[in-house]
Design a protein around this ligand. Structure first.
Ligand SMILES: C[S@@+](CC[C@H](N)C(=O)[O-])C[C@H]1O[C@@H](n2cnc3c(N)ncnc32)[C@H](O)[C@@H]1O
Length: 344
């Protein structure tokens, strides 16, 4: 069954569905964006992530993990394995697991780590362990509810069907959606949109539950509630396909990635609620602190030496490696991502 057929059948049986349910079906169920087609996070797929841009991302994260003496590493939403590969080159003895919802990504991961270490959900991991749980660009893909500010509170967008089309249907917001939007939405004018990230906060609770001690490292686009405030008139919900912004999320479910900016204030609040320490960094600052700017400088020097020695081909290879590493630090690009560290 295609996603469109599943959505139509569900809406016919139950009436309009929560946007969270729409997003979950469109991304992860039979025929969903991450359940079909090619591996999405790759040069030939739909988007390029930091570990796909340069192995220096994984190497730098690996350096941080080594400083924490991490012995068990779980990467959630591990994609092709492009973060794990360089980490394992530097930390070959680490006990590693990958959790992936996408079958294509799981088969790619089985080329990087043993088959029995690749799981489709948290359920197959040891119940409790000490170590690190790392996720790059996972949280932005977790289903959200859409709260709309009204004169006297919040409504919520459900998804219904009109003729051949999926349409947003505005209904009074559920109490947990209202509570979240009130606390983490910031100042929102009437008709403004807040993506309510209840799945993200419960995901972080589950990750913290798993760890006896260690760190959760979440890297993603987004910002604090305050930083996201200027985006509230339109909201941050968007789609990607083939490395470009895609159509309205309701138009071609299953054919596009659906994503939002992560509200890190809500995740920091989970850490505070659990009584654990959390720090939020920009990606450019975090990677620089763990030596990436020094690596870029070393690569530049190597390029110069090669140019002086007339080694043109090798110089071009190093130049491309240096440019990719610099891309991770671009202040208006990947460098503007956030790194949340939660220490347990
Ligand atoms: C944007 S991709 C990022 C992939 C990889 N981390 C990278 O940076 O290249 C998000 C990945 O998270 C996976 N994913 C989404 N929700 C998940 C969940 N609840 N558990 C495990 N994997 C999930 C998707 O299948 C997809 O491969």
């Amino acid at each position: 069954m295609s996603v469109t057929e599943t959505l139509r059948a569900t809406i016919a049986a139950e009436g309009p569905i929560r946007f969270e349910t729409f997003m979950d079906l469109a991304l992860y169920h039979e025929g969903g964006f991450f359940s079909t087609g090619p591996l999405r996070s790759s040069a030939t797929g739909d988007f390029l992530t930091s570990p796909e841009v340069s192995p220096w991302f994984g190497r730098t994260i690996g350096k941080y993990l080594a400083s924490k003496r991490i012995e068990t590493l779980v990467e959630v939403g591990a994609g092709s394995g492009s973060l794990l590969t360089p980490v394992l080159e530097d930390l070959p003895d680490i006990d590693v697991w990958a959790v992936e919802a996408s079958p294509m990504a799981r088969s790619s991961l089985e080329n990087v780590i043993p088959h029995d270490r690749v799981a489709d959900s948290f359920g197959r991991l040891p119940k409790r362990f000490s170590g690190a749980i790392v996720a790059n660009e996972l949280i932005d893909n977790l289903p959200v509810a859409l709260a709309i500010k009204t004169d006297d509170g919040w409504n919520e967008h459900y998804v219904g069907v009109e003729g051949d089309e999926f349409v947003m249907v505005e209904v009074p917001a559920r109490p947990d959606v209202v509570a979240w939007a009130d606390v983490y939405g910031g100042e929102v004018t009437v008709d403004g949109i807040v993506e309510v990230q209840l799945a993200a906060t419960s995901w972080l609770h589950r990750a913290i539950d798993r760890l006896e001690s260690g760190v959760v490292v979440l890297i993603d686009y987004g910002g604090t509630a305050e930083e996201l405030e200027p985006r509230r008139s339109q909201g941050t919900l968007r789609t990607y396909r083939g490395h470009h912004l895609g159509p309205d999320p309701l138009l071609e479910p299953g054919e596009t990635d659906i994503t939002v900016d992560v509200n890190f204030t809500a995740l920091l609040a989970v850490a505070a609620e659990r009584g654990v320490v959390a720090e939020l960094h920009r990606q450019d600052d975090f990677l620089s602190e763990w030596g990436l700017r020094d690596i870029v400088r070393e690569l530049k020097l190597k390029e110069l030496e090669m140019a002086r020695g007339g080694e043109t081909m090798s110089q071009l290879v190093v130049r491309s490696e240096r440019i990719d590493a610099e891309t991770l630090l671009h202040p208006r690009g990947l460098g503007d991502f956030r790194v949340l560290i939660v220490e347990i």
